[in-house]
Design a protein around this ligand. Structure first.
Ligand code: M7G
Length: 183
């Protein structure tokens, strides 16, 4: 018998293709809902650091699309961890795996309900990891998730993780979105 996860999860892959719209470039790769199926997926796909520039992996609860427009994300936001270029080889894959394990293992306890998913963006200027939550006004839940994330990733620097509302990210045009919370 396989070990069931509390939630079913969908892995998405984004590959930039300028002939298509952003949403069309998001593809569902696989669903899983057991620990064993997670590991077999993880073991046979490329690691994040091997993806080409502009690609993303997203892992979301089944039924939630990895986009602002999904009703579960619409009023939400994300904890954002910005990496510098040299961290792609040293930290990125470990961090991404740890983020995934936090999600599928429901590490945020009662705040796990607020979790929608997580994204890794592979970018020339610096990769990004983010954890998306459902309600950008739920301060207590957001802070618990942010603190737990920092602890699990072993990040010590104060203020290194910032939370932004998707509504601000959407409107961001050159200028930096207002960060609502930091840990
Ligand atoms: P990004 O890929 O999150 O980060 O956003 P990057 O700037 O480091 O590449 C790049 C662009 O992708 C945004 O400016 C939007 O045009 C588009 N985009 C990103 N997200 C997360 C969404 C989304 O959820 N919905 C839509 N419609 N477009 C998005």
């Amino acid at each position: 018998i396989k070990h069931p996860l509390q939630n079913q999860w969908t892995l998405w892959f984004f590959k930039p293709d300028r002939a298509k719209g952003w949403e069309e470039n998001q593809r569902e790769v696989i669903h899983f809902d057991t620990i064993e199926d997670f590991w077999s997926t993880h073991n046979h796909i490329k690691s994040a650091s091997e993806l080409s520039a502009g690609c993303d992996y997203s892992l979301f609860k089944a039924g939630i699309k990895p986009m602002w427009e999904d009703p579960r994300n619409n009023n939400g936001g994300r904890w954002l961890i910005s990496l510098d270029k040299k961290q792609r080889s040293s930290e990125l894959d470990n961090y991404w795996l740890e983020v995934i394990l936090c999600l599928i293992g429901e590490a945020f306890e009662e705040s796990s309900e607020d979790i929608c998913g997580a994204v890794v963006n592979i970018r020339p200027k610096g990769d990004k990891l983010s954890v998306w939550t459902a309600d950008c006004t739920n301060r207590d839940g957001i802070m618990k998730i942010g603190q737990k994330l920092k602890e699990r990733l072993g990040i010590q620097t104060r203020g290194s993780i910032v939370y932004e509302a998707h509504n601000d990210s959407m409107k961001k045009s050159g200028s930096v979105a207002k960060f609502r919370y930091t840990v």
